[in-house]
Design a protein around this ligand. Structure first.
Ligand code: AMP
Ligand code: ZN
Length: 486
């Protein structure tokens, strides 16, 4: 597999450090609020990477942190603690907030078929790790104590910037976000490893340390948690593109200074999901959650399908119209798969192998998921038994995770129930030709049926005309109605 490496800015042939394990680390959520669907774009694409590695036969160990301490409103260690902000907003304790939003995060992940990483570690569980690393950085002169905090000294590095060629002004995150600069820093990109003093007094969680009672900075947690569970080297580190600087840059600085050697080989960064007015973020702009999608009648997996249709290294613009299109295409896909007969075998091994090759070629090219989805449609069109097509779909869906076979099976059951209803002389079926579900259309059809029953034919015709004006055409069938978009 060729995977783009943000550190070298090239697609490189993926070769793990150890033959028996691929070590993968993902920056997890800061649990002070719900994840928005932008955050979840990153987790969906990282999930695809993990599942594709497993599909290729690699054993993977994947670790994710849960940020429940130390992440300030500016990524450059300034401003208010995000967890405290969340606790104040909801009049709860920091730990209550952390538990609530961690559970909410994994519930969203489950709805999007995002697998839970092998290890999920809250930052507050690993204080000893951070103290061990920071102590060595102090001993070796990479860190200094000033104004009550411990800072990493970026001037000690030969090369600090890894992912970009920005000049120092562009990188001045604190100033950009309108936050005052910290006068204790020797260099503008130095960052806090351990806080004992900050701009606010009421930090809830504190631990004893050689530098006083305090709490860790945000960046050190990912180095500490990764080393605790994956040792001194790492194959792939993932995150959204905003994590590249300063977070991942600082992780590399402190990890490699501590270890004395290279730490992580591949850096995978997922580009942002944007709204039409700009980046989706928790603090500004539209804040769209999985629950909101569900409330509006979307299947969360339609959103996963939407994400898979574009490449992870391109920014993706979210509009409701785009999501509508993805949902419709997803439902049509399921309806087509439902039309295949599971018992119609045998599996044609040659066709299976050649179609699988197409899928693999797409995924091997830096996870080209939109081409992989095309390979899925091609598999449906190929001249082969239904059993072959179903085997291919099941195989590709181990990576795409769209629940295609399960949903198609449900659809098949639903269709056979509907087909059985007229024969039994009971029930009233509403069948959409595309396989799409639309509760609003169903409601209108039911209202028309009630009007007909009450012999109010004028109202029944009016409802049919209203639907027609909205592009929905009805055909009466025995004991039901079939509808389609025109
Ligand atoms: P946070 O919970 O803010 O620490 O972010 C969790 C993950 O979501 C990180 O990997 C971020 O880089 C990523 N992320 C934040 N905003 C977006 C966005 N609009 N689109 C995609 N990923 C994002
Ligand atoms: Zn991280």
């Amino acid at each position: 597999m060729y995977l783009y490496n943000s550190a070298s800015r090239k697609k490189e042939l993926f070769v793990p450090n150890h033959p028996d394990i691929v070590k993968m680390y993902t920056c997890g959520p800061t649990v002070y609020h719900y994840a928005h669907i932008g955050n979840l774009r990153s987790y969906i694409m990282e999930d695809v990477l993990e599942k594709y590695l497993r599909w290729l036969g690699y054993p993977v160990k994947r670790v994710m942190n849960i940020t429940d301490v130390g992440h300030l409103t500016s990524d450059a260690d300034e401003g208010e603690d995000k967890m405290l902000k969340g606790a104040k907003r909801e009049h709860k304790s920091v730990m209550e907030i952390a538990k609530f939003y961690t559970d909410a995060f994994f519930s969203d992940c489950a709805k999007l078929n995002i697998k839970r990483p092998d290890v999920v570690e809250p930052a507050t569980n690993c204080i000893d790790e951070y103290i061990r690393i920071i102590s060595k950085l102090m001993d070796t002169g990479y860190a200094y104590f000033a104004g009550g905090n411990v800072y990493f000294d970026t001037s000690k590095l030969e090369r600090y910037y890894i992912f970009n060629d920005f000049n120092a002004d562009d990188l001045d995150v604190g100033v950009r976000e309108g936050v005052e600069e910290d006068p204790n820093k020797r260099n503008r990109n130095d960052f806090v490893l351990w806080f004992t003093k900050s701009k606010f007094e009421d930090q809830a969680l504190k631990w004893d340390s050689p530098w006083g009672v305090g709490y860790p900075g945000w960046h050190i947690e990912c180095s500490g948690i990764s080393m605790k569970h994956l040792g001194e080297d790492l194959d792939i580190h993932c995150g959204g593109i905003d994590n590249a600087f300063p977070h991942h840059t600082n992780e590399i600085a402190q990890s490699e200074s501590y270890l004395g050697h290279k730490w992580c080989n591949w850096w995978m960064h997922v580009l942002h999901l944007n709204t039409q007015t700009g980046k989706m973020s928790k603090s500004s702009g539209e804040f769209l959650t999985v629950s909101l999608l569900e409330e509006k009648g979307y299947d969360p997996l339609s959103y996963r399908f939407f994400c898979l249709q574009s490449h992870y290294r391109k920014a993706l613009v979210f509009t409701w119209e785009n999501l509508d299109n993805a949902q419709l295409a997803y439902q049509k896909l399921i309806a087509r798969i439902a039309g295949l007969k599971p018992g119609d075998g045998p599996v044609d091994e040659d066709v299976f192998a050649s179609q699988k090759e197409k899928f693999q070629a797409a995924m091997d090219n830096d996870l080209n998921t939109s081409l992989a989805v095309t390979a899925l449609y091609d598999a449906l069109k190929v001249k082969a038994s239904d059993a072959t097509k179903l085997a291919l779909i099941g195989d590709f869906d181990r990576v795409l995770s769209l629940s295609l076979l399960e949903k198609a099976e449900k659809k098949r059951e639903e269709l056979s129930r509907q087909a059985a209803a007229p024969a039994a002389g009971a029930g009233f079926s509403i069948i959409s030709e595309s396989g799409e579900e639309d509760p609003a259309v169903n409601e209108k059809i039911e209202a028309r049926r009630a009007a007909k029953k009450a012999k109010d034919f004028a109202l029944a015709d009016q409802i049919r005309d209203e639907l027609k004006a909205n592009g929905i055409e009805l055909t009466d069938i025995p004991n039901g109605v079939r509808w389609k978009r025109v």
